[in-house]
Write a protein that binds this ligand. Structure first.
Ligand SMILES: [Zn+2]
Length: 202
């Protein structure tokens, strides 16, 4: 992958994520795979709406930084997911308000409210709370590596994809579903298993 292009894509996705209200201040972190041995990840502690392509930090899969910059505190989660899933091209973590509210309540995200939810998200697990930036949080999220959308208890959400756009679309869809769930209350009935099978077989 062309590094300059990926730097620009990461910057655009961060701005989109910030402008759409999917994350706030310096919260969240986004990465993209460059090749078998390297990723680019957002820097630590900077507002996601103001990042520039040159702010993205290049990191080897062994965790060492190449060049300048301090990578996100959650670098370990990103590296663990890429090493478990060779098909992944991007990992996106942020704090969308409706998803985060569910994650604080410990309530399951009802992802089978619409056909798009079933297709883009599938069943969304909730990872157990662990302190940010710790090996325990990395281990906890690694155990959910087969899911492309995960709610993180008392924290936020993570999505993955073959590229940044796919991971972003999943995040936006996830927040849309959490909002629907909030609007619908107990009237938010999901598709039954027969219809889910039909949708997924399309
Ligand atoms: Zn976070």
């Amino acid at each position: 992958m062309d590094e300059e292009r990926v730097r620009k894509e990461l910057t655009s996705i961060c701005k989109l994520m910030y402008d759409r209200g999917l994350t706030f201040s310096s919260g969240g972190n986004v990465s993209a795979r460059l090749d078998d041995e390297h990723i680019l990840i957002t820097p630590s502690g900077k507002n996601k709406g103001l990042l520039l392509p040159e702010d993205m930090v290049k990191v080897h899969m062994d965790g060492s930084v190449i060049g300048q910059g301090k990578p996100s505190i959650e670098l370990g989660i990103h590296l663990a997911l890429y090493s478990k899933r060779k098909d992944l091209g991007a990992v996106l973590h942020c704090h969308p308000p409706y998803c985060t509210a569910l994650a604080i309540k410990g309530e399951r995200l009802r992802s089978f409210l619409t056909p798009e939810g079933a297709i883009l998200l599938g069943e969304v697990p909730m990872s157990k709370y662990q302190t940010p930036g710790t090996d325990r949080l990395v281990e906890e999220l690694s155990s959910h590596h087969l899911s492309n959308a995960i709610l993180m208890e008392r924290h936020g959400a993570i999505t993955t994809g073959k590229d940044l756009m796919e991971a972003f679309n999943r995040m936006e869809e996830m927040e849309f579903h959490a909002r629907l769930q909030h609007i619908l209350g107990d009237k938010g009935r999901e598709f039954d298993t027969v219809e889910i099978k039909k949708i997924l077989g399309m």
